[in-house]
Ligand binder design. Structure first.
Ligand code: GLU
Length: 487
């Protein structure tokens, strides 16, 4: 049997990490089984859904390289793939359910429902719909219609039934039908509710496995009852656990960024995000930590998806991202870093010149092992650009008081002026020559030059900084330091 799985986001906001993980697991499972991955849009919440959110979700999926073979924007045999374009289909199934007695029209007003909830709560019972409109006569219905009441459609929940869910992560999960109460499947404006529409979509799209977040486990019995009422086969389920913060609470905006776009904007690499979210709830059999999408598609299995909550650890994300940054060609890093260099005003808003691009490639080579995400480039630009060093503070000021300083700077200036070209190799040689000629330990030479040029005691390698700054800026920075501190 062909494996068919789906990701069915509600376009009410950007794609979040949790949604991206559901999409990824479905995608990987489809690829592993040579099945089909479908993406569709659950946009029946008319007030909160927007095309803008839908666009953001699809763009984020594409950015992560999670591709779908069927669904929204790519088409397929089971479309349309947006719920608001499928209302006729839901109407057909609603009719079937009403005709077979599995659903009925309910005219209860909000006030009546509220009263029922209060009464049940007062008696210590679970508030639920007790079926007041279950057996309305023709006349009663006509009466309500005449009053101008607009009915909802409710599903008639069978009594005393144990509903079994075959969950590939959680095993056999059983719910009792008695606690459920007849629930709304079509609202008074004719729009189906999630629990109903999702069943019709999954069944008409021949979905074989429903892989989604644990928050939907409690909805599942309501969905299973609808399959049963329609005489349809029920798909398998796999509910993946919630994502927690490192304190063990459900991950929220307060913990940091939750939308995929936020990570993209900060300069995380898509392959790092994929690697990181794959490990949120799934664990590989070996010790390996880094996986490409292709490797994940080989290795992924639902059996190794854990029942216990996944922990979102920012440090781990940064660790994974820095690994990928180090692996990436500097040309690509430079391309991705352009916006950050523009943000600090070093590049104008226009396309950088060939020379600027070359400079940025050099910068990325020099700092690739020092940053966790590309926006951090902004903190490094001052080392490589401009004619003014930062003001040294504390210990760095002390460095400039050494008695060897004047001779080190003199010699350094002369060599920088003389050398034909400043490159990693020529800078290394020139620095070594200074230590030799002055018979000084390396530190007594490198540290003052570093402080003179950057105002800092630490930072990228001098042999990276000096060629990228260029002769003019190096000499200017040296002069400024001398003026400021050697008077
Ligand atoms: N629209 C639901 C959500 O975004 C989908 C749930 C499902 O996959 O059935 O959570």
């Amino acid at each position: 049997m062909e494996i068919r799985v789906r990701f069915a986001p509600s376009p009410t906001g950007p794609l979040h990490i949790g949604g991206a993980r559901s999409a990824l697991f479905n995608y990987l499972w489809a690829r592993k089984n040579k099945g089909t991955f479908i993406v569709r849009s659950e946009d029946t919440d008319l007030e909160r859904s927007s095309r803008e959110s839908e666009h953001n979700i699809l763009e984020s999926l594409r950015w992560l390289n999670i591709q779908w073979g069927e669904g929204i924007e790519v088409g397929g045999e089971h479309g349309p793939y947006r719920q608001t374009d499928r209302l006729d289909l839901y109407r057909e199934y609603t009719k079937k359910l009403i005709e077979s007695g599995h659903a009925y029209l309910c005219y209860c007003s909000e006030e009546e429902l509220e009263q029922e909830r209060k009464d049940l709560t007062a008696k210590g019972e679970t508030p639920r719909y007790m079926g007041k409109c279950r057996h309305l006569t023709q006349e009663q219905r006509a009466g309500f219609e005449a009053e101008g009441r607009k009915p909802v459609v409710r599903f008639r929940v069978p009594e005393g039934q144990a509903i079994h869910i075959n969950d590939q992560v959680r095993g056999d999960v059983v719910f009792e039908s008695d606690g459920i109460g007849d629930y709304v499947i079509v609202k008074s404006d004719g729009i189906p509710t999630y629990n109903f529409a999702v069943v019709i979509d999954d069944t008409t799209m021949n979905v074989t496995q429903v892989i989604r977040g644990e928050e939907h486990l409690s909805n599942t019995p309501r969905q299973v009852l609808i399959y049963q009422a329609l005489g349809l086969s029920v798909p398998e389920f796999a509910h993946i656990s919630l994502i927690m913060n490192t304190e063990g609470r459900k991950m929220s905006k307060r913990d940091g960024d939750t939308a995929v776009i936020d990570y993209r904007k900060k300069g995380y690499l898509p392959e790092a995000i994929v690697n990181f979210i794959a490990l949120l709830g799934w664990s590989p059999s070996g010790e390996k930590e880094f996986y490409t999408l292709d490797e994940l598609a080989e290795e992924f299995s639902l059996e190794r998806v854990s029942k216990s909550p996944a922990v979102f650890d920012f440090q781990k994300l940064n660790y994974i991202n820095s690994h990928y940054i180090k692996q990436t060609e500097p040309e690509r890093l430079a391309q991705l870093a352009i916006p950050y260099v523009q943000q600090v005003g070093v590049f104008s808003a226009e396309e950088p010149s060939a020379e600027q691009q070359q400079w940025l490639i050099g910068v990325m080579k020099a700092i690739a092992d020092k940053i966790s995400y590309l926006a951090e480039v902004k903190d490094f630009v001052h080392y490589f650009h401009g004619d003014t060093p930062l003001e040294p503070q504390g210990e760095a000021l002390e460095v400039l008081k050494g008695e060897q300083i004047t001779s080190v700077f003199e010699l350094f200036r002369g060599k920088v002026q003389e050398v034909e070209e400043l490159s990693e190799a020529t800078v290394k040689t020139l620095l070594k020559q200074i230590t030799k000629e002055l018979k000084l330990g390396g530190k007594l030479v490198y540290m003052p030059i570093r402080v003179a040029l950057t105002g800092q005691m630490h930072g990228p390698e001098l042999y990276d900084i000096i060629p990228l700054l260029g002769r003019e800026n190096v000499l200017k920075r040296l002069e400024i330091t001398e003026k400021r501190h050697l008077g």
